[in-house]
Write a protein that binds this ligand. Structure first.
Ligand code: KDO
Length: 326
């Protein structure tokens, strides 16, 4: 008996070794994003995450909207056509209205506040909602940077009134358009991959993104100023197919989770370090970079959000709980 049990074990081990020996047997993890290959999130995932799961999975990133169009990734995952994406509160809010609370301007204070909110009870509850309603698992939160206004016009912007009539490109969901209006601008939707040309041709007057993204996309070549409104401490989540997740062993699930969290923590660190240096970079490129009357922007945005239809969908007491996290 002892011998046959031992032989059985040997057979099992060699079978599993044979399985992992061929890449073809590995689980394919396709990730679709509008971001470039040089984006810090792309880089962090392609190294830390890909290495972490490499024993049993092949991480296969698709950049610049080449696999799925911006904003369609979550539905693709839910339908079983994609395994992973870098998603946002704005994309989640389109499908799960409770999530619109995290699209509000001037809600999150900084990267640390964001991390504590999503790594605590609030994150657990809000992630569960996504899993139950969409069949998508959110593995981790990462800081994407603080969004600033970036304009091709040169008139100085001090208060929201100065943005009247300014055609501001915002990403293509209602939550983003509302944020543009809350800043006082005239928002217009446009895909991320079209923004550079939009700025170059004057189809739009400006756009908003974090400083590292502005540099990565070379928006400084086609704009004249950056107004440090800091209107959204932006964050992304690593979205993962629940169907794929359920097919993994417990060990593999732990590895996927740990690799996602490690990659996200490193991405956050890199983005924070870069943001701290980039004001000087843009000034060297000849752009005006300055801080407007941030209180004027904050007051207008916060009161517009509280009076908006979005706020009717926010879970009761959640705003107070988010504000109380420190
Ligand atoms: C953008 O379209 O401006 C935006 O920054 C919005 C983010 O939520 C995120 O989708 C991001 O684009 C893409 O990942 C491309 O960097």
């Amino acid at each position: 008996l002892a011998l046959s049990a031992a032989l059985g074990a040997v057979t099992l081990v060699s079978a599993s070794t044979a399985m992992t020996a061929f890449a073809a047997d590995k689980i394919q993890l396709r990730m679709s994003t509008p971001a470039t290959e040089t984006d810090f999130r792309s880089q962090g995932l392609a190294t830390v995450f890909a290495d972490g799961v490499s024993e049993f999975a092949t991480y296969e990133p698709h950049y610049n909207d080449t696999l799925f169009k911006q904003g369609t990734e979550l539905v693709a995952i839910a339908r079983g056509n994609l395994e992973m994406s870098i998603t946002s509160a704005q994309e989640l809010a389109k499908l799960i209205p409770e999530w619109s609370i995290f699209t509000a301007g001037y809600l999150m204070r900084d990267a640390e506040h964001q991390r504590k909110v999503f790594e605590g009870d609030i994150g657990k509850e809000m992630y569960q909602l996504v899993e139950d309603k969409l069949g998508v698992k959110l593995l981790s939160v990462m800081y994407f940077g603080t969004r600033q206004l970036n304009l091709r016009t040169d008139a100085k912007i001090t208060t929201p009134a100065d943005l009247e009539g300014v055609k501001l490109r915002m990403p293509g969901t209602e939550a983003w358009q509302f944020l543009g209006r809350a800043l006082g601008a005239n928002p217009t939707p446009m895909a991320f991959t079209e923004v550079y040309t939009g700025l170059q041709t004057g189809a739009i007057d400006g756009q908003d993104n974090p400083l590292p993204t502005n540099k990565d996309k070379k928006f400084h070549e086609v704009t004249k100023q950056i107004v440090l409104t800091g209107h959204l401490v932006d964050m992304n989540f690593l979205a993962f197919s629940k169907k794929t997740w359920d097919g993994l062993s417990t060990d593999q699930q732990e590895t996927v989770m740990a690799s996602a969290q490690k990659a996200s923590a490193e991405i956050t660190k890199t983005i924070l370090a870069n943001e701290a240096q980039l004001v000087d970079f843009f000034k060297e490129q000849g752009l005006q970079v300055y801080t407007p009357d941030v209180d004027a922007f904050r007051n207008r945005a916060q009161s517009m959000y509280l009076e908006s239809d979005f706020s009717k969908d926010w879970p009761k007491g959640l705003l107070e709980r988010v504000n109380a996290v420190n």
